[in-house]
Design a protein around this ligand. Structure first.
Ligand code: ADP
Length: 318
């Protein structure tokens, strides 16, 4: 649905996107992750044609964005909804009027507008707030209005630029759940730009990690967290502190694997004690994944590795 090939983007002489290639599939929730200044917003703005790119290809539904005429670009943008960190609502308009705005601009009839806005108010859970003004709403409610407004023209794609960054954790979860519902019910592809790993874990099926305009990771979300490479660990600010005596073995537990029983079973069957020196469990897309480091005596290495290998466990000596 969104095919990006060897995309480069410069601001003057500074390269802000460096050889970026990704394919975003129809119907998925895809996250573009990175620290501030990594190039995430630039990439997002290239996707909706707000920003030109220097070279490479960026196709949405088979159309090369930089080849679109002004008129076609306007039509193309109709198909992409956008939400932002600070909601971008018009303060002197009511909730209803804010949501109705894109349809008014495209000349829809009052009847069509009223039907659509009421449907969307119900979808985002704001039926009772249609006459409220933005300053009478909480942050989460404001974002719900913005989401409804982004959906008025029935887009195929919803781009979210740090949409939960100004919200507290509970509200963030509620908004992410709403995005999930929209993704499932309306089959809308969602691309999230975020610097928050929690957001990625909660909703994204795949994620792209950007650093200084370069892709440093690109995988299924579970894989990224389950088996982070060095760059990802650095990104997460995560290093295991493990003993420098004996052998440290890291054991990975893919989703829904009941790992406690594996560790205790191994201890029992090998009649051996070992120390669990590091461990981490994550809930990713409602699945539990994680890893754990055990420390064993040097002389037990062969026996333990033999046992682990027999059980099809993902592991590494660290
Ligand atoms: P992110 O969204 O990951 O925080 P951005 O895409 O906003 O990053 O910015 C990537 C880099 O491009 C940054 O170094 C930023 O300073 C620079 N940049 C962004 N917009 C412009 C612009 N309009 N002109 C010049 N440099 C820009």
């Amino acid at each position: 649905m969104i095919n990006i090939q060897k995309l480069n983007k410069f601001y003057n002489t500074t390269k802000v996107l460096d050889n970026v290639s990704i394919d975003i599939q129809k119907g998925e929730i895809f996250a573009i992750v990175g620290h501030s200044g990594a190039g995430k917003s630039t990439l997002m703005r290239c996707i909706n044609g707000l920003e030109d790119y220097s070279d490479g290809s960026l196709k949405v539904n088979g159309k090369e964005i930089k080849e679109l005429s002004k008129e076609n670009l306007r039509e193309f943008r109709k198909n992409i909804g956008m939400i932002f960190q600070h909601f971008s609502l018009i303060q002197r308009k009511t909730v209803f009027e804010n949501i109705a705005l894109p349809m008014q601009l495209w000349g829809y009839s009052k009847k069509e507008i009223s039907k659509k806005v009421n449907e969307l108010l119900s979808l985002v859970g704001l039926d009772t707030k249609l006459n409220a003004f933005p300053n009478e709403l909480s942050g989460g409610q404001k974002q719900r209005v913005a989401i409804a407004r982004a959906l008025t023209l029935d887009p195929d794609i919803l781009l979210s630029d740090e949409a939960t960054s100004a919200l507290d954790p509970n509200t963030t979860t509620a908004i992410l759940n709403l995005l999930k519902t929209i993704n499932e019910k309306l089959n809308i592809t969602i691309v999230l730009v975020t610097h928050e790993m929690e957001v990625v874990k909660q909703v994204a099926q795949r994620a792209l990690l950007l650093e200084h305009g370069n892709i440093i990771g690109f995988d299924d979300t579970e894989e990224l967290f389950l088996k982070p490479d060095e760059k990802m660990k650095e990104f997460l600010g995560e290093t295991e502190v493990v003993p420098n005596v004996g052998i440290n073995i890291k054991i990975y537990f893919p989703k829904d694997n009941v790992f406690q029983s594996f560790i205790t079973k191994m201890a029992r069957e090998l009649d051996m004690d070992f120390d669990i020196v590091w461990g981490k469990l994550e809930e990713i897309n409602t699945h539990i994944v994680g890893n754990m480091v055990i420390n064993i005596k040097n002389e037990h290495k062969e026996k333990v590795l033999h046992y682990i290998k027999q059980h099809n466990i993902i592991w590494e000596v660290i």
